[in-house]
Design a binder for this molecule. Structure first.
Ligand SMILES: [Zn+2]
Length: 384
């Protein structure tokens, strides 16, 4: 029998986004699917491997450079020093840096955002390799969906390296040709839109309606070529409307310590992560965070329970997680506020994603790890 596993991974398709108006023809139950702590850089590896961040090693895009291991050594260091001397040309410098890093063989997704260039050599990228391709998790001793889908005669994956319009066009060609057993379509566009306009904006509703129509049409097209089509539509996390912005950066700057000599921090939009060289710096930071009132420090036990405890403190000796709806502005991610954000506690109301499927027989997943199993089993059935 000619079977197809048709997968749509829509970044930030939360449980809130995929209500009854989304793919209404698929009347199967939709329940919240729990995500993991972190951003897409943690969630998507969990979908690809079925493992928690502590296992696959990815939490935030930037981790501490350990034992001098960083992609930001050599010329990057020199550019960082240069950038301290001049405030001009930062955008151009970031462009050149990106080009340089690509030439060194980094195939994973990353952005330099607004990270101070002088601090870059203190950090390393967690995603050096494209996580959709084979061997992406070999260093961690794991196999990902990219390994399972490595035979180009059997499957095809569209990731962030392909524009969405081109991906749709190529998907239609594949569906008409009917040669593949697994088609895996990823798009980051909904995530980008909701960051800008917020999850409750009209434009978000329009975008969701457009996906609904296109996926429905793709399923119908597939059913003309294949005898059986298993459709799976899901996100990696949800999206919360932003309600409060906080300038923690200037308060840290005002502390009487030198970065990175006394301590170091990385300011994600919803997490402030710290490493300390001096106990006085740690005491001062902890005292400051206690009074901030829009987040809390995650303890080791809680991090372990979240599968996000890294014994080497790769992502921080201390992690301050913001409450849902709050963001740091400015942060290393940007200087301007946005209207939608994710990366809160996995149990926060808008963190959950969901699964929409035409398969009533599969056991509905409770979290990203079980979602991985659902996909893996479906691929097993179609590829055989
Ligand atoms: Zn996002």
């Amino acid at each position: 029998m000619k079977r197809l596993t048709l997968v749509f991974m829509i970044d930030a398709l939360g449980f809130d986004q995929a209500g009854g108006e989304f793919l209404p023809a698929l009347g199967t139950a939709r329940s919240p699917v729990e995500t993991v702590l972190g951003y897409s850089s943690a969630c998507i590896p969990s979908i690809m491997t079925g493992q928690a961040p502590a296992e696959h090693g990815h939490l935030s895009m930037y981790r501490r450079a350990q034992n001098g291991r960083t992609v930001f050594g050599g010329p990057v260091k020199a550019i960082g020093r240069l950038s301290q001397l001049t405030q001009r040309g930062h955008w151009r410098m970031r462009q050149l840096l990106m080009q340089y890093l690509r030439r060194t063989g980094i195939t994973g997704y990353f952005s330099l955002y607004d990270i101070p260039l002088s601090l870059l050599p203190e950090f390393d990228l967690c995603q050096r390799k494209n996580i959709y391709r084979p061997d992406a998790f070999r260093d961690e001793g794991l196999t990902g969906l990219g390994d399972v889908l490595s035979d180009p005669s059997m499957s095809r994956v569209w990731d962030w390296t392909v524009s969405e319009e081109r991906a749709w066009q190529e998907l239609h060609e594949e569906l008409r040709a009917g040669n593949k057993r697994v088609l895996f379509f990823y798009t980051p566009e909904l995530d980008s839109l909701m960051h800008v306009v917020g999850p409750r904006d009209r434009r978000t509703a329009d975008q969701l309606a457009a996906y609904s129509t296109r996926i429905d049409a793709a399923l119908k097209l597939a059913e003309q070529t294949y005898e059986e089509v298993e459709l799976y539509v899901f996100g990696d996390h949800g999206m919360a409307p932003v309600e409060g912005t906080h300038d923690l950066w200037s308060k840290l700057d005002a502390l009487p310590f030198v970065v990175p000599r006394d301590y170091l921090y990385f300011l994600d939009s919803t997490m402030a992560r710290f490493w300390f060289e001096r106990p006085e710096a740690e005491a001062a930071v902890r005292a400051l965070l206690r009074d901030e009132g829009y987040g809390r420090v995650l303890g080791d036990e809680e991090l372990s329970a979240l599968g996000a405890r890294f014994p080497e403190d790769d992502y921080g000796q201390l992690i301050f997680l913001l409450d849902e709806g709050h963001i740091l502005v400015p942060s290393f991610m940007g200087k301007e506020p946005v209207r939608g954000m994710h990366g809160y506690h996995p149990s926060a109301r808008a963190s959950y994603t969901t699964l929409v499927t035409n398969q009533s027989g599969v056991e509905y997943p409770k979290n990203l790890f079980e979602l991985h199993s659902v996909l893996r089993e479906s691929i097993g059935r179609t590829v055989g």
